[in-house]
Design a protein around this ligand. Structure first.
Ligand SMILES: Cc1cc2nc3c(=O)[nH]c(=O)nc-3n(C[C@H](O)[C@H](O)[C@H](O)COP(=O)(O)O)c2cc1C
Length: 220
């Protein structure tokens, strides 16, 4: 994709959840994507079941599964993302991290990794400590992938907040916070693309791209 059609709605991709059918993380992500829709975006969710179908990312292997290619293509064409992970032992879950590792396949793209894309970040955890620390960790990963974490990120303490169904949440404030994450991701895509910067080819004098191979384009 080399130019942005200003008449189409931006596409916001959601990645997140756990293997549990009643995953609060995936349900929280759904609330955020509805916020993105209200802000004018189309959305697509890659939830826990899909993420569980991805093999461990192995950079030395040439073959990619259909599911890996589906995720890679979707992110390649995304205008913004929202990523939601549970805090597992003080970090991002392996399931979500494996999906993000798979995005290594975007290293040689015109827009490498998540370059030029806003990324909303959501963490669920059984307590405030992991909610905060894992949110910081997830944002660092987004920076490494050259994405732009949204100003507001949501940390949810699932000891206090319940998601009993896909569209119910016990705390109206959390619903607002999740909608804000999705709205900010969509609004950034609309604003960034309005100026033709997100999907446009990098300027000819892009020193970083000229002097470093794509493999070295990680932000950190
Ligand atoms: C393997 C594992 C490790 C976990 N580690 C932590 C942790 O370090 N800190 C914490 O607050 N919660 C921890 N939790 C709790 C989950 O983060 C929390 O229950 C989360 O909301 C689960 O998301 P889900 O409902 O989408 O499955 C852990 C849960 C599991 C299964």
């Amino acid at each position: 994709m080399t130019s942005f059609d200003h008449h189409r709605r931006p596409l916001v991709i959601g990645i997140g959840g756990t293997t549990r059918a009643a995953s609060s993380t995936e349900r929280a992500l759904g609330f955020a994507l509805r916020g993105a829709q209200e802000a004018g975006a189309n959305t697509r969710l890659f939830g826990g079941t899909f993420l569980h179908s991805l093999p461990h990312y192995a950079p030395e292997q040439a073959h990619r599964t259909d599911e890996q290619l589906e995720l890679i293509e979707a992110v390649r064409h995304a205008d913004a993302l929202v990523i939601a992970t549970p805090g597992y032992h003080g970090g991002v879950s392996g399931l979500v991290k494996n999906a993000l590792d798979t995005l290594e396949e975007l290293r040689a793209d015109e827009r490498p990794y998540l370059d030029g894309r806003a990324v909303g970040c959501i963490v669920t955890a059984y307590g405030w400590q992991a909610a905060g620390s894992v949110l910081t960790s997830l944002r660092s990963i987004v920076h490494a992938l050259r994405g732009w974490p949204t100003p507001f990120g949501a940390g949810i303490n699932t000891l206090e907040t319940r998601f009993d169904t896909v569209d119910t949440c016990s705390d109206a404030k959390v619903v607002d916070q999740l909608a804000t994450v999705g709205q900010q991701a969509a609004q950034f895509a609309l604003a960034f693309n309005a100026h033709g910067t997100a999907a446009a080819a990098p300027p000819a004098g892009n020193a970083l791209k000229e002097t470093q191979p794509a493999r070295l384009l990680h932000a950190v």
